[in-house]
Design a protein around this ligand. Sequence first.
Ligand SMILES: Nc1nc2c(ncn2[C@@H]2O[C@H](COP(=O)(O)OP(=O)(O)OP(=O)(O)O)[C@@H](O)[C@H]2O)c(=O)[nH]1
Length: 448
Amino acid sequence: MALGFIKKVFTFGKDKAPADASSPEAELSAEEKAAIASETEPHSREENLPLSPVDPVAQAEMETAGGPSDDDEDAEPELIPSGEAPGELGMVPLSLLQAEAEAEEGSDGEQGQSPSVPAEPVLPKGFATRKEVAPVEAAPEVKLSWFQRLRQGLSRTSAQLTGQITALFTKRKLDEATLEELEDLLIQADLGVETAMRIADTLSSERYGKDVTGEDVSRIMSAEITKVLAPVAKPLELDLSHKPHVILVVGVNGTGKTTTIGKLAAKLSGSGLKVMLAAGDTFRAAAIEQLKIWADRTGSDFIGTKLGADAAGLAYDAFEQARARKSDVLIIDTAGRLQNKAELMSELEKIVRVLGKLDPDAPHTVLQTLDATTGQNAMNQVEIFRNVAGVSGLIMTKLDGTARGGILVAIAAKHKLPVYFIGVGEGIDDLEPFEAQDFAHAIAGVAH
Ligand SMILES: Nc1nc2c(ncn2[C@@H]2O[C@H](COP(=O)(O)OP(=O)(O)OP(=O)(O)O)[C@@H](O)[C@H]2O)c(=O)[nH]1
């Protein structure tokens, strides 16, 4: 790695230095030393040159960004713009000399190292040398479990809530005023009026007139949220007597439809089912390409069409082909352009109608993806898509980000739609079955 390379360069210099130090130089006169110094100084500058292009930070960033690796020799000069190095080097000598002078002052008989060990330049005030960035390389080792990612994603909601609740009950007994304030806090966290009242009522019946701790509220909150979520935490039922079982995936653009389809396909094909993916979002070339990539990754069949083609026609063709190939599951992606609601509605309605011509029960599942970072807006989205496409279940995505997961509780209380899975990352395995208690714990900040 780049860091190793740098170390090698430094080590090489150090190895050389003692040899010089053991040379008769120690016995040289002041003039002779000065003559040697003036000869060696330009040389030490040159030795700096190869170090700059392999700045470990730049290199690590390039690597994480999927850029050129160590092996890519051609990429090396791009890391440092060609015009920069000489300019920087032009500023170095004074500081280099200072650094060398300091090194000489501070070292006992190690003068011989200075020509081959490039002394650290003393940078002007306000600058600092960027040190080794080992953590960049070490990061992948601390892969969080999916629950840790969920907890991290919901930490904004839970930290804000628990902090406010603790502050609310500090030196105050539970009375009408504190109960009302508590309800407000819970509503602000998107949990919904109904659940907020349930939590407040339970707390009131347990501790009215008494002291209340943040832990009391977290425990009750977690239990009440679990009660709301448990009935909707259901597995996605597949009726494999249908060949194929048709899953239509709907949702606003960017909520994670295509990614979720890829993750579902991975699970299903991984368990031996024959899966076909249909690119029904015919408005974006990238959406079609992205789905094709997921199909390739998951060993699924793929059917797409021209950009701008009729999505319902594609859905029909996909259903026929999946039947002919005896696919177990057909998953159809759709567009989600809420900007043009009338068009979107008629397109989705048409897809549902057309699929029904081949099998009156199709689509057998209509899945809606919700982006957990959007908060209250997710409630409106469920209302729209439920009416248009007859949504039969939900998947909440991006719960690993800065999620505002409280809204899922409000949606569950109002719509009582099954929540099958949650997305906790962009990777192929980052889709987990929805567990009511885990989710409630994460929101309420209760230990797992
Ligand atoms: N962190 C995180 N990112 C996700 C998750 N699910 C999807 N994404 C990302 O969200 C972005 C949008 O996802 P898509 O799958 O393209 O969403 P879409 O609904 O198909 O959007 P369109 O293709 O525009 O219709 C992508 O960058 C995904 O990688 C998740 O669970 N966690």
